[in-house]
Design a protein around this ligand. Structure first.
Ligand code: NAD
Length: 484
């Protein structure tokens, strides 16, 4: 496979929250990988900005440690690391006060691409956006990158959008959902719109149903009190699962460009039916001999926050009328697995005898682990003994099919940050999309609160509450297995 790293223009990237957990684990190691791949011109600089006391030398030590911890050892090359660290500087600053802003103005250049990454809590977004302007730091084409959570309901998301809009135009705002930066997610679009094979079948006439699962084995330990104010619906469904749903269900955009793609995603969100009470199951994990319960992790005696949710969703449009989408996400599940499964209908008439073993085609798109796709097709079982049919996977695990380079594909954050520098918003959420997603989830959450709904307990490292299995069983369907 030919590597095609296209260098970006010279830039100054300021990371507000440059000493935080996200910067340490994802942003800075990701930037190192882009440097190592030769994607950054000599004239690209990274400026950490945070409130803690630190100087440039201290920041380089911090970043070196982050790279050594979060980049695979074989990629930690001393020469690359030295070159990368030389790009770094640090400004100590208070987002809500006056300290440090004139220092920042002195280092940020006006004649290169300017990107400001808000890797801080959303309560600081407004203060930072305002100061970037009042201090004359952000030029007219500066870009800002904002992290999730983008609001906790429609009203707060709207307020956040309004605040940012006072200082930046929509084309300058990059709302990150790192799921969109995953290789497989983009491959979903390549698969759908780059082939003739699937799109004609991609509708209610041929698709029986679609499943989207994002399962994690981790619990909420360490961030339990934060999570308890959010829950699976706000933390995962409103953003990540909705984005996957949109890309799976949307109409072909006229072009692969930001607003064309985002217009189509928005149409899907707006076509979602409200979810019936019977079509949604919430769960909360129990403890065991080896792991704490949700309540222990959240450090509370009682909580009705869900750590698991499964639901049946309908899209009211021509393409999908009658084809349900089943969404499921949870913590402390049996395995760590994210996948989209498209289950096709059975052939309308079978020419084979009933017990020959024929079954429906299934296309699964794996986001993790082992990014890839497989398509279950029916063939004749080899050998004598008449016509017996078996299912075999046409497996395309990217690492097997495309070699080491695919296994080494840039992490979602790497790709997305380079997209910011290039000024490409295709894989970022637009303000109206985020608000529409909240407008759909808000009544579901309000319904739980009004009814005093309590999540069903489930065993740790299981597939969630029994009721979630029933959600499909009652429709004569089954969830795909969550593998350990
Ligand atoms: P963190 O608490 O580890 O770091 C916060 C950073 O903000 C620190 O560098 C701190 O110095 C800086 N900061 C705080 N108050 C400041 C102020 N008044 N002035 C200047 N700097 C200030 O947080 P984090 O985990 O890195 O998360 C940052 C953002 O990213 C949050 O919005 C979080 O929800 C989001 N996020 C985090 C992760 C993750 O894996 N950590 C994942 C997705 C989204």
């Amino acid at each position: 496979m030919v590597s095609r790293v296209i260098p970006v223009d010279p830039f100054d990237l300021v990371i507000f929250g440059g000493t935080g957990d996200l910067a340490r684990r994802k942003i800075l190691p990701g930037l190192y990988r882009r440097h190592q791949d030769g994607q950054m011109p000599d004239d690209a600089r990274i400026i950490g900005a945070a409130r803690g006391e630190m100087d440039a030398e201290g920041y380089r030590v911090f970043v070196e440690n982050a790279v050594r911890e979060f980049v695979p050892k074989k990629k930690c090359d001393p020469k690359d690391l030295k070159g990368f660290l030389a790009r770094l500087s640090f400004v100590q600053l208070d987002a809500t006060g006056t300290q440090g802003w004139s220092d920042l103005k002195a280092v940020v250049r006006q004649d290169v691409v300017q990107a400001f990454y808000f890797s801080v809590g959303p309560s600081l977004f407004g203060a930072i956006a305002e100061r970037l302007h009042t201090h004359g730091i952000a030029g007219p084409e500066a870009r800002i990158v904002v992290e999730k959570p983008f609001g906790h309901d429609q009203a707060s998301a709207q307020a956040l959008n309004d605040t940012l809009a006072q200082h930046f135009a929509e084309h300058q705002i990059y709302r990150i959902d790192h799921y969109l930066g995953k290789e497989t997610v983009q491959n979903l679009m390549a698969l759908r719109f780059g082939n003739m094979l699937f799109e004609p079948l991609w509708n209610a006439q041929y698709v029986d149903h679609i499943q989207i699962t994002v399962a994690e084995t981790v619990g909420v330990e360490g961030r339990g009190s934060y999570y308890d104010r959010s829950g699976a619906m706000r933390d995962m469904v409103q953003n990540h699962l909705m984005q996957l749903l949109c890309l799976t269900a949307m109409e072909p955009p006229s072009k692969f460009e930001p607003n064309a793609v985002r217009d189509e995603k928005l149409k899907i969100i707006r076509a979602l039916d409200p979810v019936a009470t019977d079509d949604i199951v919430r769960g909360q994990y129990r403890g065991s001999n080896t792991v704490a319960s949700y309540l222990e992790d959240a450090e509370t005696d009682a909580s009705t926050t869900e750590s698991f949710v499964a639901m049946k969703v309908h899209i009211s449009n021509w393409r999908w009328n009658g084809t349900p989408f089943y969404l499921r996400t949870g913590k402390r599940m049996r395995g760590r697995m994210s996948e989209i499964v498209v289950r096709f209908k059975e052939p309308p008439h079978s020419i084979f005898e009933e017990d020959t073993g024929q079954s429906a085609n299934e296309l699964s798109i794996r986001l993790q682990p082992n990014e890839g796709m497989d398509l279950k097709v029916t063939i004749k079982e080899p050998g004598l003994g008449g016509m017996r049919l078996i299912d075999v996977p046409l497996d395309m695990t990217f690492a097997d099919a495309l070699g080491e380079e695919a296994a080494d594909a840039p992490d979602a954050y790497e790709r997305l940050i380079m997209d910011v520098i290039r000024g490409n918003q295709t894989l970022f959420m637009r303000g109206d999309e985020v608000e529409a997603a909240w407008a759909w989830t808000d009544p579901i959450i309000a319904g739980w609160e009004d009814r005093g709904d309590r999540p069903k307990p489930y065993d740790p490292f299981s597939t969630g509450p029994e009721e979630a299995l029933m959600l499909l069983h009652k429709d004569g369907r089954r969830w795909r297995e969550i593998r350990e």
